[in-house]
Design a protein around this ligand. Structure first.
Ligand SMILES: [Fe+2]
Length: 152
């Protein structure tokens, strides 16, 4: 029996981007529904998955994608600087994701509507930053990975 072919790095990266984009859409829907129309059960599910989705994407990029970029783009100073900046953004986003999880869970459990505006502001800051990060990685990182794999 033959083993199924392994997905390419580019294909796996796109899957992580899609998971992050879906998370951003879910968080935007929650922010739009605050305070009265929030779906408690769905929002709790989103809150519980935030860290796993974010960490999984970051670990994949840092363990597989960035080392591959270093191999392909060894002498490219600009790319090395991009990678360092993206790593810093990952650290900040993981801290932010943890805060979102706690704030969202707290809001749902306490139903404290006075906190709705703060939570909405936090959610928007997170998913807008995440979308910018992904957009940059799609243009700058994914294109290099896809090109390098097509030339193997
Ligand atoms: Fe990233």
């Amino acid at each position: 029996m033959t083993k199924p072919a392994e997905a390419s790095l580019a294909a796996m990266l796109v899957r992580h981007f899609d998971a992050l984009q879906n998370l951003c859409s879910d968080l935007e829907a929650i922010a739009d529904a605050l305070p009265a129309s929030i779906n408690v059960q769905a929002s709790l599910g989103v809150a519980q998955n935030i860290m796993a989705i974010v960490k999984s994407a970051h670990e994949f990029e840092e363990q597989k994608i960035y080392p591959a970029l270093h191999r392909f783009e060894q002498l490219n100073v600009a790319m090395n600087e991009n990678i360092e900046r993206l790593r810093f953004e990952h650290w900040a986003d993981e801290d932010y994701a943890q805060e979102i999880y706690l704030a969202l869970r707290d809001f749902i459990l306490s139903q404290n509507r006075a906190k709705a505006e703060t939570l909405s502001w936090m959610l928007r800051g997170f998913f807008e930053g995440m979308r910018r990060h992904i957009a940059f990685e799609r243009v700058v990182i994914l294109s290099v990975i896809a090109k390098s794999e097509s030339s193997v």
